[in-house]
Design a protein around this ligand. Structure first.
Ligand SMILES: [Zn+2]
Length: 325
């Protein structure tokens, strides 16, 4: 099996493997961009740039989400591969058990891999002429943990804070899925009209056909697209056959169902501030799914190849200082 290969057990093999993926045309100095001018230093995996005006040191992982980590590269590759191979992902508890690392290190690694999974900033809009983009929203988890939501009174006030549970207490998620193509999913503070309209406008090509449920959130913005067709779930209508093709939002529904099963089974305690990273993880696997011709190994390799420039410090991830390396 793939996971028995040396790059998952031996840091030297891992380094060679990762460098082949990261630098297929020779080592690139991350400081000045010069290719193949480096020479090796005494420390394995550390190089000095040979370009006259640069001369800076770099390592196999400089500029990647693994930079400056003291965790062995073979362990990193194992986590990358596991998070790409399983449909629902892998929890940091499993990582801790399997690799024998601390819980903090396991948590740090999984979040860094998620950071690498985030699609690059200026992605092209979804859809296009003749393409269908499904849009749907859902609610998942609680906004705050039960302990944080305990009913309390402001000093000197009679107003209760928190307390009762409403639909509004759930975390709102909006997904856009090009049928047969890519998904882009957002955690929003509130799935209200201005928020949803903004996401739809900014991420979907106007030539696309929009498919939604009967929600009023899409009525006005739908007019800006080549077509807007909806199915009325409240009337038990899930697919309607039109001359232009079937109308439904089954891709979005099935995305949400994979997400919810995964979050239930693997990630039981996801804090709201990290939800966007988990969504990036599910988007990444969806966007490189087997149906699109990407296998488990390629899915991880693609991610490793793109693991650059997305360094996330522990401070930023955790919000409480202290680096886990
Ligand atoms: Zn250089």
């Amino acid at each position: 099996m793939f996971l028995q290969q040396p790059q998952f057990h031996d840091d030297e093999a891992a380094r060679a493997y990762f460098e082949r993926i990261r630098w297929p045309d020779g080592r690139v100095c991350p400081h000045c961009g010069v290719i193949g001018a480096e020479y090796a230093t005494k420390r394995a995996g550390r190089y000095r740039c040979g370009a006259k005006e640069c001369r800076k040191d770099f390592s196999t992982t400089t500029g990647t989400v693994m930079e400056q980590s003291h965790i062995g590269l073979s362990k990193w590759l194992w986590v990358f591969y596991q998070m790409c191979a399983s449909k629902k992902g892998i929890s940091s508890h499993q990582v801790r058990r399997s690799l024998g690392v601390s819980m903090k290190a396991a948590w740090f690694m999984t979040h860094r891999v998620r950071e690498a999974m985030k699609a690059g900033g200026l992605a092209a809009p979804l859809g296009g002429p003749g393409k269908v983009v499904e849009v749907d929203e859902t609610y998942h988890g609680k906004i705050a943990e039960a302990s944080e939501r305990r009913t309390k009174r402001k000093r000197g006030s009679t107003t209760k804070l928190g307390g009762s549970r409403r639909v509004g207490d759930k975390r709102a998620i909006v997904t856009l899925i090009e049928r047969g193509g890519q998904a882009r999913t957002f955690h929003v503070a509130k799935a209200d009209l201005p928020t949803v309209q903004k996401i739809v406008r900014e991420n979907i090509a106007k030539e696309s056909r929009l498919h939604t449920d009967g929600s009023g959130l899409y009525t006005a913005v739908g007019k800006e697209f080549a077509a807007h067709e909806s199915v009325d779930h409240s009337q038990e209508e899930y697919v309607r056959y039109e001359p232009t093709g079937p109308v439904h939002n089954n891709s979005a529904e099935s995305y949400f169902s994979v997400f919810k099963r995964g979050m239930k089974g693997v990630y039981q305690h996801c804090q709201e501030k990290h939800l966007h990273r988990y969504l990036a993880e599910f988007d990444y696997r969806h966007n490189t799914r087997t149906k699109l011709g990407v296998d488990d190994k390629q899915r991880a390799d693609l991610l490793l190849a793109g693991a650059e420039g997305k360094r996330l410090t522990y401070r930023r991830t955790h919000g409480k200082g202290q680096h886990a390396r």
